[in-house]
Design a protein around this ligand. Structure first.
Ligand SMILES: [Zn+2]
Length: 130
């Protein structure tokens, strides 16, 4: 009988499809070493680490329910699961982003005020004429 036990390296890496899309997060390319260590994605430690990552990689959210179909290559295990540096960095990028969106909103608000002031004199005149 054929051996049907799935090995971790037979499964695609959980992060494989995210690398291109999220280049700005410095997610590294999948490991291509021949003798690298693959781990099944649904390990206790991995799941615990992947969950907060889903906040930054929405694609991971839908994968969380089917983790058993994925594994994690050695490179991504080291980057995303074995240490917190990557997620800490994501948090930093995220707070910088929200900071700039606050500034963006502020700018829009100011612009609105300017527009409002431009239309005001006319409005005031109308009021005075009454
Ligand atoms: Zn990988």
């Amino acid at each position: 009988m054929a051996n049907t036990i799935l090995k971790a390296e037979d499964l695609p890496c959980l992060f494989e499809n995210l690398v291109e899309k999220y280049q700005d997060t410095r997610l590294i390319q999948c490991g291509t070493k021949e003798k690298q260590r693959w781990r099944f994605a649904p390990g206790e430690k991995s799941t615990e680490k992947v969950k907060p990552l889903a906040k930054y990689f929405p694609e991971l959210l839908s994968l969380l329910n089917s983790l058993e179909k994925y594994s994690i290559c050695e490179k991504h295990y080291n980057q995303c699961v074995a240490n917190d540096y990557f997620i800490e960095n994501l948090k930093k990028i995220d707070s910088l982003r929200s900071l700039s969106s606050v500034q963006e909103n502020e700018r829009k608000r100011l612009k609105l005020m300017v527009d409002y002031n431009k239309t005001m004199p006319k409005f005031r005149t109308t009021l005075l004429l009454r």
